[in-house]
Design a protein around this ligand. Structure first.
Ligand SMILES: *[C@@H]1O[C@H](CO)[C@@H](O)[C@H](O)[C@H]1NC(C)=O
Ligand SMILES: *[C@@H]1O[C@H](CO)[C@@H](O)[C@H](O)[C@H]1NC(C)=O
Length: 340
């Protein structure tokens, strides 16, 4: 069986039969940041973290009003007594990402886990104010920038005394990105271009159906590169697939494919609370550097096999270097953080 077929069979089996373990941890004294947490999987992840008694949650959201509503929901559902901050994060503007990271670095004394979960899909080609196609920027390039800018705080946290000195297992800070097996879908013909990001910036709506998967492939590249940095020592970096979850990101797809797809989707997709268990597993479990996680376990075979070939590694490094060049222009801190 080919890799994609085998991944699809596994995924289908998981959707129908597998039961995710409930996760038990005491997060007293710990701080977590979750992006895209006003709705869907991000909100469900925040609710889990509140139940596990984290001290401080930062909801990073595009729309502060929706964020405030999410905060109310979390408190109503969990009687959470810790701190919830709602901060604006607009990934379609690199400057906004930089400002957000500065706010985090100034205001947070520790950061035990960052779940970079915000993501979009679109049926329209939209160029951001920074000059990149928006899906690729939001889910990929800007998410990577935020990862890099949060890394020093995560590493500093790994050196702080545990808020739980008597706990049997010490918990390392985590940087977790929400990924997707959709990263198998793009043909990604631009990967051989002299400048990949430039080649991907040629307005071409016909390539939009593969953008989402491509942006998620970039997240795999980002995690695998960041995990190797000296600045990631003491920090667990991973990518997690939540599975097929009932969220708004599927709306266009459902509208396009009609009734049969829609009813199959409804019957096999997971509720957000369940999909979010994967995020909680990823942000609390020690995993190998840059690991891919799904169904609350390591899923190394769910990374497209070409990525692990010599050519794949070369493409990964090239895309990373191109992104670093962009990030450098946004923040002078980047050079220091990505130094090898
Ligand atoms: C994202 O949107 C495109 C339409 O531009 C669609 O073809 C694709 O399947 C969507 N991806 C997901 C994961 O919904
Ligand atoms: C990407 O293409 C658009 C449209 O042609 C252009 O306005 C923008 O400057 C390009 N972005 C970059 C980073 O060159």
């Amino acid at each position: 069986m080919g890799q994609l077929a085998s991944v699809l069979v596994t995924a289908f089996y998981d959707q129908l039969f597998a039961k995710l373990p409930t996760i038990d941890a005491d997060l007293t004294g710990r701080t977590f940041l979750i992006s895209g947490s006003n709705t869907g999987i991000g909100l469900a992840a925040a609710i889990h973290l509140a139940r596990l008694k984290a001290l401080h949650l930062v909801l990073a959201v595009r729309d502060l009003k929706k964020g405030a509503k999410a905060k109310e929901d979390i408190i109503a559902q969990t009687n959470f007594e810790g701190i919830i901050d709602v901060w604006e994060l607009d990934l379609s503007k690199f400057d906004g990402v930089k400002g957000f990271a500065e706010k985090a670095n100034t205001n947070l004394r520790r950061l035990d886990g960052a779940i970079l979960n915000a993501g979009i899909n679109s049926t329209r080609w939209v160029t951001t104010p920074d000059g990149y196609e928006q899906i690729l920027q939001v889910n990929g390039i800007a998410t990577g920038l935020l990862c890099v800018l949060l890394l020093p705080l995560l590493q500093a946290t790994s050196r702080l005394p545990s808020p739980h000195p008597d706990a049997s297992v010490q918990m390392l800070p985590h940087l977790t990105i929400t990924g997707s097996e959709a990263h198998f879908l793009p043909k990604f013909r631009e990967k051989l271009a002299p400048n990949v990001l430039e080649a991907l910036n040629v307005t071409s709506p016909a390539t939009l159906p593969e953008r989402y998967g491509l942006s998620k492939l970039f997240d795999v590249f980002i995690a695998r590169e960041i995990a190797q940095l000296p600045r990631a020592e003491g920090v667990v970096v991973n990518v997690v697939s939540p599975g097929m979850v009932r969220t708004d990101i599927w709306n266009d797809e459902i509208n396009n494919r009609g009734k049969i797809f829609s009813s199959i989707f409804r019957s096999i997709s997971l509720p957000t609370s369940e999909g979010a268990l994967n995020l909680i597993y990823a942000v609390l479990t020690p995993t190998p550097p840059g690991a891919f996680i799904g169904q609350c376990q390591l899923r190394p075979k769910h990374i497209p096999s070409w990525v692990l070939t010599k050519e794949g590694l070369r493409v990964q490094k090239k895309v990373w270097d191109e992104m670093v060049d962009i990030w450098r222009g946004v923040s002078p801190d980047v050079d220091n953080i990505v130094q090898v």
